[in-house]
Design a protein around this ligand. Sequence first.
Ligand SMILES: CC(=O)SCCNC(=O)CCNC(=O)[C@H](O)C(C)(C)COP(=O)(O)OP(=O)(O)OC[C@H]1O[C@@H](n2cnc3c(N)ncnc32)[C@H](O)[C@@H]1OP(=O)(O)O
Length: 432
Amino acid sequence: MDMEAVHPSAPSPIQFRDIPEAGIDRALSLAYLAFHQSPEDEKRKHNHDLLLGCTRVGAYDGDELVGFLAAFPFTVSVPGGELPCPGITFVSVAPTHRRRGVLSGMIAELFAKAVAEASPIAALWASEDAIYGRFGFGVATYGNTVEIDSRRPLALRIAPDDRPLRLVDPSDVPDLLGPYYDRTRADRPGRLARTEAWWREEWMVTEDEEDDELSPPRIVTLGTPGSPGSPVGPGTPGSPPPGIAGYAIYRTKARDDAPGLVRLDDLEADTPAAAAALWRYLASIDLTGVVQAWGRPLDDPLLLFAADRDQVRVTGQFPGLWVRLVDVRAALTARSWAAPVDVVIDVRDDHLPANAGRHRLTASPDGCTYERTDRPADLTLDVRDLAAAYLGGTGTDALVRAGLAQEHTPGTTAALDAALRTARLPHTVDEF
Ligand SMILES: CC(=O)SCCNC(=O)CCNC(=O)[C@H](O)C(C)(C)COP(=O)(O)OP(=O)(O)OC[C@H]1O[C@@H](n2cnc3c(N)ncnc32)[C@H](O)[C@@H]1OP(=O)(O)O
């Protein structure tokens, strides 16, 4: 459906409407202009194919395309379930038209589409931190960069799982790892569903987008993966359960002036022992001396079971997924709640007024209601900060302590945080 609107925030008559399939090339040219890139034909085709399956919003000054954003039709895990979630990407405004409300207009279009399509949340990775808070996005997941000095054996406080490790052909990964990955997603909010195309086109691409000296992706599994399409094999009484107990996806690089490096992109494991086996494997690859792990969850058990934290160091922390609660009521009632809570929250939302105002939130492990009320508020906060708390990553108590939320009734944040709590911290590793 072609949506067309003129937004008052834009001083010139900028029009916002869907970009048809025939306009994808033009949109890509605009994106490469905005991101200072000139990709080869193969990469351009790759992006073209990705965009075929996306929502595409354009901003037009007359016939000229001056703004573009796309949204992947993602599904993201939330506590107790999952939600459809447009994943906003390729946000680009022509340098001739910046700071005239083009982005603001495109975001308004995207929000209208999300509401129409009953997607209660939207998400993105930000190129710059300063851009998206004003639109009601909050940082819902964080990642750690972790570095292991692997010139000596990885010291562990627990015994690694001794099941076999196997290298898997990238072409078998969607079949072999897909079902296992889907299972692990259910335990941690913030994880994107990976379609077969996403596995192939994002995770298994031979050449790394940022560093062409890195090897193709290597995939190692712990356990007995079986053959593609049948990841679980027959069990033997008394032996460990059959099937995959964990995997790691990594690339390696030889270096002239230093031992080679292992760059870890994703690692999931069922048990601490399985994780320990995978980490020990990564740290023991010949001709390498460092493991650099990108985007690890903040509660990665490695940080506790490593015996020598001089050897395993957190070298940085960065915002991951920015989440927007497009429909606060639908988002809150769709997640599960860890403890009973009955509070009135007053939400500020300058962009989507339907979310704003006082609401009574009554939630328990049995369900949640969220209705407008005239009762006085127990807590006042901005919709971007509610989004930061939504997946269980940032506590509302921390928001009050930072001066970002106001607690009017003592005890509100303690009750709310107990209810929002998730067993594992939210985490997103799929960057888009
Ligand atoms: C999810 C992603 O794809 S992230 C990628 C984002 N894209 C890029 O970084 C590519 C290069 N940059 C651009 O294309 C553009 O400059 C954009 C998209 C960042 C901004 O587009 P614009 O049309 O200029 O934004 P718009 O005029 O709607 O600005 C809205 C508000 O955001 C502010 N803003 C916009 N960009 C930035 C920024 N980079 N840093 C801080 N504030 C910003 C504006 O000042 C304005 O504030 P105001 O409402 O207080 O006046």
